[in-house]
Ligand binder design. Sequence first.
Ligand code: HEM
Length: 474
Amino acid sequence: MWVPYVTVFLFVCLIVIWIMFITYSKRKNQKIYDFMASTPGPIAVPVFGNIFVLSKHLFFESKSDAWRKMRRMITPAFRNSVLWSPTHTKNFDYHTEVFLNTLKDHAKNGEKFDLLTTVHSCNLDMLCDNLLGHRVDIQKKNLSFYSKNMMRSSEIIFERFFRFLLWPKCVFSLSGMKYVMKNATKPMRSLISKIIDEKLEQKIKSEDTAITNADTLKSFIEILVDNISSGELSKQQAIVESIDLFKAGTITNSMVASWIFIILAKRPDIHQKVYEEIVEVCGQEVTLNDVSKLVYLDMVIKEALRHFTILSLLDTSKRSITLEDNTTLPAGLNIVLFIFDLHHNPEYWQKPSEFYPEHFSPVNELNRPDGVFLPFLAGPRICPGKKYSETSMKYWIAKTLLRYEFLTDEKLPDDFTTADYICTFALCPISGFQVKVQERMLKMQTTSLPPQIAYKNQTSNIPPLTSDGEQSHP
Ligand code: HEM
C-alpha cells in the first residue's frame, strides 16, 4: 500500500538532488569577483536569514577569548630565532634541495606538469619538520596525496561558502562533499595525532631522566605538548590547531609562489629582471643574508600577494569603533573586510587589474596610505607566520630561479580582477599551474646583463635575519 508513496517520494528527492547538482555545476567557477562586487553589505535572504551572519556561523567563528588564549600560546613559535635556528635552516635547505631535484626530473622529461602539488608538498615538508619536529619526506617518498587532499578539503570549504544551496547540513551531507572532506583530512589528522603521541612519550621520558628543556625558544609542537601535559589543551584541540596551521601556512605560501612562477613564465621582462637581480646580489648561491637585498623580487612577491590572497574576512566588533568621518560602528556589528576590493581599488593602485610590480617600488610604497595593503591582515588578527612567510618565500623563490627557468603555454588573464578562479584560501587559476621547467646554465654570462638593475641600491623592508623582529602579541 505505502510502496508507491515511498517510490514517489524517492523519485521527487532524486529530482531535487539532480536539480541542485545541475545548478551547482553551472555556478561552479563563476567569477568570484562578481560575487564580491555584488555583496557590498549584509543581504537578508528570506528563510535563510542574513547571508553574512549565516556564513559566519558556518565558516568563520568570531575570535573568542579561547582564540586569544590559543594565539598567545602559539605566537612565540613563529619568531625568527625559532624558525630560522641553524637546525631549522638546515631542514629548510634540505627540503629545498629535494624540490630542486624534483624540478630537475621535470626538466629532463620536458613535459608540462601542475606546479602547485610539487610546491605545496615542499611547503608541507618544511612545516612538518620545523613546526612539528617530524621529517615526513612527502616529496622524496612521493606522498603527494597529503597535498592533494588538503587542497581538496580547502576547496570544498570555499565551494560551500559561495553556494548557499550547500549551506544546510543535510544538503552538504547528501551532496557527498562532507564525506569527501572528512576523508581528505584523515591522513593529515592521523599523522599529526601520531606525532603528538610520539612527542608526549618523548616528553615523559625526558622528564624521567631529568633533561627537560626549560628553554624559552620552544617550537610549535613543544608548546602544544607542554600545554597538553599541563592540561591547558586537549589533544583534539592540538590536532585542530595543527591542521589550521598547515592550511593557513602552506596553501597561501604555495599558491603565491606558484602564481609567481607562472607569471614569470608569461612575462619574460619581469622574469629576466628578477633573475638578473638574484645573480647580481647572490652570485652562484643564495644565502639567507641575501634575502633583504633582493628588492625587485620583494616587489614581485608583494604584487602577487596583492592579487591572489585572502578575499575577505568577517568578524564581530567587540566595542564601538569611530571612523575618520566620525561614523560610529556600534559594538556587536558584523564587519566584513573585502581585502580583494581594497587591493584593487583604483584610488590606491595605478594599474589595479594588471600584474605591475612597480606598485611596490620604494617611492610608490612611501606615497601609499597605511592600511590599504593587508595580505597578512594587521592588529591582533595579523598572520603569526607573516615574517616567516616573507623571508621563506623570497629565499626559496630566489634559490629556485637561480637554477630554473619557467615556461608555459597557458593563457593568463589580462585583467586579474575579472578572471575566473578556484578559491581555496587563496585564488588558483581554473586550469591549475601548468608549466614546464628548464635548467639554467649556472654561470651567467655577464655580457648579457643590462648595465644596471633598477633597485639594486635599495634594501627591502624585510629585516635581516639576525633580528627577531616584532611579532604581534594580541
Ligand atoms: C602568503 C602567505 C600567507 C598569507 C597571505 C597569510 C595570511 C593570513 C591571514 C590573513 C590570516 C588571518 C586569518 C584570520 O584571522 O581569520 C592568517 C592566519 C594564520 N596564518 Fe598566515 N598567511 C600566510 C602564510 C603563513 C605561514 C607561512 C604560516 C606558518 C608558518 C602562517 C600561519 C598562520 C596561522 C597559524 C594563522 C591562524 C592564526 C589564528 O587564527 O590564530 N601563515 N594568515
